[in-house]
Design a protein around this ligand. Structure first.
Ligand SMILES: [Mg+2]
Length: 388
């Protein structure tokens, strides 16, 4: 089997609600994504999702480096891509491109095996524990309750709240999330995520105050992603586990955190070197007896990877309508993501639903910069920011 080329299609759609965090409390509700298809001479095609900014690199890498290669040698091709990129660096947009290609190659390999990816990766179980994540800073208290009650109705009792701008709001909303998750009939498990908005000292003060009221399973990105001294300081001064890593690009950045005892719970997503990168990072965590939790993704496809990790706890589930136009072979049942038997990732597109969403040029990407005052002083959300 040989790789013959790559196709990319951009689509744009609206999600079923607003998503946001401490850096963007007003949030965004538009999804812009790229469907990547890597084709072969045997008619099997591997798919993944990528970002618009990485399109040129995706075409350049596949056509310049991978064309003619056997796609089933995924780990070898991953090494080839990273070796090729080593001088200029494999982070940022280049890393996004490598990640998207790697996911498509794993999809292709599993399809060539005519089995779901969780089996190709060696998982012995098809289920992965889920946690609910609202990316909920823009949601009103009522909408927050409705969202977590909806997730509790699917048997999910763990939830992660976006926090960071106002301690009073955070405590009140944690209570709302707690009570909504309790309607599952199970003991709620609470997490918070401040998305690097705090300095280490702010994080310690904020988390300690929350700990007076609630037990937290983890606090995510309580300081800058690369600040191992700050993250270690937080970890050593609160009871709650420090979770971080989902915005790092590659294994070597995780080794800095682990070697410096700056992380208690490793967050990882497909942007850190694709599925091959995720496996490497999860193995690093396993060697140090650290738990891993997978970041959200459209259609929850990385649950195939979670299923094979012995140290995985919960996977983040948004339920934000991002799987619209997809036919997805997994579902949530009694708090677990249950993976199906369709070959590969189990994602197909309903072309009739997709056609009206395809664009040549997407609208400008929603703003995702760091918020004014971050790590310096807290700037509460202005009510006008929250009006939609
Ligand atoms: Mg996060």
């Amino acid at each position: 089997m040989k790789i013959t080329g790559v196709r990319t299609r951009i689509y744009e759609t609206q999600m079923n609600r607003w998503l946001g965090d401490a850096n963007n409390p007003g949030g965004w509700n538009r999804l812009i994504a790229v469907i990547v298809n890597i084709d072969t001479d045997e008619g099997i095609s591997g798919m993944s999702l990528g970002s618009v900014s990485a399109i040129n690199h995706i075409h350049g890498i596949v056509n310049g480096l991978l064309a003619g290669q056997d796609p089933r040698g995924v780990r070898g091709l991953w090494q080839k891509m990273n070796d090729e990129a080593f001088k200029a660096g494999n982070r940022g947009i280049v890393g996004d491109a490598i990640s998207a290609i790697d996911v498509a190659l794993w999809d292709l390999k599993a399809k060539a095996n005519n089995e779901p990816l969780w089996k190709t990766l060696g998982a012995s179980e098809r289920r992965v524990r889920a946690y609910a994540s609202g990316l909920d800073m823009p949601l009103s208290d009522d909408d927050l309750r409705t969202f977590y009650e909806g997730m509790a109705a699917k048997g999910i009792a763990a939830g992660k709240l976006k926090v960071g701008l106002n301690r009073e709001d955070d405590l009140r909303r944690l209570g709302i999330m707690h009570d909504a998750l309790a309607t599952s009939g199970k003991q709620p498990q609470l997490m918070i995520d401040s998305n690097e908005y705090w300095s280490p000292k702010q994080a310690i003060a904020h988390i300690r105050e929350i700990e007076r009221h609630y037990e937290l399973l983890w606090a995510e990105e309580p300081a800058r992603r690369w600040d191992y001294r700050g993250l270690r300081q937080v970890s050593q001064n609160v009871t709650t586990a420090v979770a971080t890593g989902e915005n790092l690009d590659e294994l070597q950045e995780f080794t800095d955190l682990v070697a410096n005892e700056a992380v208690d719970m490793i967050n990882v997503g497909a942007g850190s070197g694709g599925i091959t990168g995720m496996l490497q990072i999860a193995d690093l965590a396993y060697a140090f007896d650290l738990p891993v939790t997978l970041m959200n993704c459209a259609a929850n496809y990385t649950a195939h990877v979670a299923a094979v990790l012995p140290n995985h706890t919960h996977m983040e589930v948004l339920n934000a309508g991002r799987a619209y136009a997809m036919k997805v072979d997994n579902h949530i049942e009694d708090g677990w993501i249950i993976l199906g038997d369709k070959p590969g990732l189990g994602i197909e597109y309903d072309e009739a639903l997709l056609a009206p969403l395809l664009v040549d040029q997407p609208s400008p990407a929603p703003r995702s910069g760091r918020r004014v005052g971050a790590a310096l002083y807290q700037v509460p959300a202005d009510p006008s920011e929250l009006e939609h």
